[in-house]
Design a protein around this ligand. Structure first.
Ligand SMILES: Nc1ccn([C@@H]2O[C@H](COP(=O)(O)OP(=O)(O)OP(=O)(O)O)[C@@H](O)[C@H]2O)c(=O)n1
Ligand SMILES: C[C@](O)(CO)[C@H](O)COP(=O)(O)O
Length: 225
């Protein structure tokens, strides 16, 4: 299975002076944990790291330290996650029929979760890892007034990995560019194009390291593994 790892963000919400994925989480950079999960997942045969060229020297050094055995390619990222994935899709080897996309920032996803998604995408056009929402969610207007309370049993928190048929995902991204759609995950492009996306049970510990608090929580989770 081909795996694209979007890693080209700036980490504004982390407030660091560089890509948050280069910050240390315990003994090694955040992105190293994600790379090691991909290396350990038996279903993954090829890895594309979508990243800004100014990070490539650092990333090459991390990859060399980890002594990764799988083919790994650095792909230039865009100015949004959507653009970065678009670039990643163009850089896939020609024989890629299905692809998993997994955020570099979701560094605690297990190899088992990657393997489960790789198996499931053989049987459907699109899928995402997700977990049921635990909080009561409110829809709130610009003046801070609650408009509605969606039925919680229908709400799921989207994670990555997300898996797709490559041709369909390329078509959905192209349609997104034509229509000017701005989305925060690839499943949303499938949804807008009317293609079904399935759920694979995600992991409560598969958090996206977004803020300094997330980094502290990730440290805690790792210390209990
Ligand atoms: N232009 C971008 C923006 C984001 N990402 C990646 O998409 C994932 C999810 O994005 P997010 O957590 O929002 O990362 P950042 O964009 O770095 O964070 P922020 O929004 O706080 O700036 C991350 O692995 C990030 O590196 C990307 O590949 N290209
Ligand atoms: C794809 C994603 O990880 C699903 O939760 C997420 O939407 C991407 O991150 P962002 O913070 O919305 O940019």
């Amino acid at each position: 299975m081909y795996l694209l790892i979007p890693s080209a963000g700036t980490g504004k919400r982390m407030g660091a002076d560089r890509n948050k994925l280069l910050l240390h989480l315990r003994s090694q950079p955040i992105i190293a944990w994600t790379m090691l999960a991909a290396e350990a997942a038996s279903s993954i045969s090829w890895i594309g790291i979508i990243s800004q060229p100014h990070d490539w020297e650092d990333l090459k050094a991390i990859m060399a330290d980890l002594k990764l055995t799988k083919p790994i390619k650095l792909i230039a990222g865009g100015s949004t996650r959507q653009e970065s994935v678009y670039n990643g899709l163009q850089a896939l080897p020609a024989d890629a029929k299905q692809v998993l996309i997994h955020d570099g920032a979701r560094c605690l996803a297990t190899p088992d979760l990657l393997n489960a998604c790789a198996e499931a995408i053989r049987h459907c056009p699109g899928l995402i890892a997700a977990v049921p929402v635990k909080d009561t969610i409110k829809v709130v207007d610009e003046s801070g007034i609650i408009q509605s309370t969606p039925e919680r049993s229908q709400l799921w928190a989207a994670q990555t990995p997300q898996g797709f048929d490559v041709d369909l995902l390329k078509q959905c991204h192209a349609e997104g560019v034509r229509q000017g759609w701005e989305v925060t995950d690839d499943a949303a492009l499938f949804e807008k194009c009317g293609i079904e996306v399935h759920i694979v049970p995600g992991e409560e510990t598969n958090l996206k390291v977004t803020t300094p608090q997330d980094l502290a929580i990730a440290e805690f989770i790792l210390s209990n593994r």
